[in-house]
Structures are given as structure tokens and as C-alpha cells.
Design a protein around this ligand. Structure first.
Ligand code: HEC
Length: 151
């Protein structure tokens, strides 16, 4: 009995140590993440990525999974979890993703202006597309994604 008890204690200790290491890795600042945490992140994201080929809901799930990890979300993730609300349907007069004719005159204004308008707001386009926790980098990536899909 004693032996069994100590064996399970060792197992518990091992589990605990594993959790502690994982927690430590995930708090690495950008650019300093160990290969272990990157691999763990890849493994965690893999099932979602392999099942979801396309679709807004999947994108939102990936964005949710990424939240709090300290990594900037990709343009596609930000688009799917926020911008798509208007830019997929054209709600509120938003130029639709993929509508080259609607985007051409906007693209002519230059990326800098488009990112500024997306970040600060522009007429019915709300600041940051209502993504309150989006960084400028993430908004920039989302604009790049929209523009890239609308040429
Ligand atoms: C509530 C609806 C709504 C959401 C959400 C939204 N947009 Fe917009 N967006 C608009 C509308 C409406 C316009 C057109 C504004 C105009 O030209 O008067 C627009 C225009 C733009 C433009 C063109 C600006 C220009 O100078 O022509 C960009 C770029 C843009 N949105 C990016 C984004 C990004 C990136 C997101 C997500 C982070 C987003 N939008 C979310 C409604 C929205």
C-alpha cells in the first residue's frame, strides 16, 4: 500500500511539474518563446486547423483559442472574429470582402490611410472595427487580409 501511495505521489509530482513548465513557457514574451511552447501551441491548434477549412465560426474559434496567448492574431483571424460582421454582408454600407470594384478606389488611397481609417474610424466604419482589444498591428493585418482578398 505504501509503495502504491508513493508511486502515485511521484505521478502527481510529474504531472504538476509538467503543468508548471507549460505555464512558464506560455509566458515567454514575443520572440523568446521556446520551441517547446511553439510545438505545444501548434499541437493545440492543429485539430482546429485540420477540421476547419473555411468558415467564420472556425475563424472565431481559432481567434478565441489565441486570445490571451500574447501572440498577435492573424489578419484572417481578426477579420473573421470582427470585421466580417459588416464586411462579409456589406452591412451599414461596408465594402464587401472580395468586391474588387468597391475596394479599388479605397486601395488607391494607400495602405497607410486604410489602416488609419480602420484604426481610428471612418464615417460608419467604427474605430478598430469594434475590436476593442485589437492592437494596431492586428488591425493592420486585418486590412491587409481584406485588401488581399479584394483585388
Ligand atoms: C459595424 C460595421 C463594421 C465593422 C465591424 C467593420 N467595418 Fe470596416 N467599414 C464599415 C463601413 C460602413 C465602411 C465604409 C465607410 C465609408 O466609406 O464611409 C468601412 C470601411 C472600411 C475600410 C475602408 C476605409 C477607407 O478609407 O475607405 C477599411 C480598410 C475597413 N473598413 C477595415 C475594417 C477592419 C479591418 C475591420 C475589423 C477590424 C472592420 N473594417 C470592421 C463598417 C464596418
Amino acid at each position: 500500500m505504501k509503495k502504491l501511495l508513493s508511486a502515485s505521489l511521484v505521478l502527481l509530482a510529474t504531472l504538476f511539474a509538467g503543468t508548471a513548465v507549460a505555464a512558464e513557457n506560455s509566458s515567454y514574451p514575443l520572440g523568446q518563446r521556446s520551441i517547446f511552447s511553439d510545438r505545444a501551441t501548434a499541437e493545440r491548434l492543429h485539430p482546429v486547423g485540420s477540421v476547419c477549412v473555411e468558415g467564420e465560426e472556425c475563424g472565431a474559434q481559432v481567434a478565441a483559442a489565441e486570445e490571451g496567448s500574447g501572440e498577435p492574431r492573424s489578419g484572417e483571424q481578426v477579420y473573421n472574429s470582427g470585421c466580417a460582421a459588416c464586411h462579409a454582408s456589406g452591412a451599414a454600407g461596408a465594402p464587401k470582402l472580395g468586391d474588387a470594384a468597391a475596394w479599388a478606389p479605397r486601395i488607391d488611397k494607400g495602405m497607410e490611410t486604410l489602416v488609419k481609417h480602420a484604426y481610428e474610424g471612418f464615417n460608419a466604419m467604427p474605430a478598430k472595427g469594434m475590436c476593442a482589444d485589437c492592437s494596431e498591428e492586428e488591425i493592420h493585418a486585418a486590412v491587409e487580409y481584406i485588401v488581399g482578398q479584394s483585388k
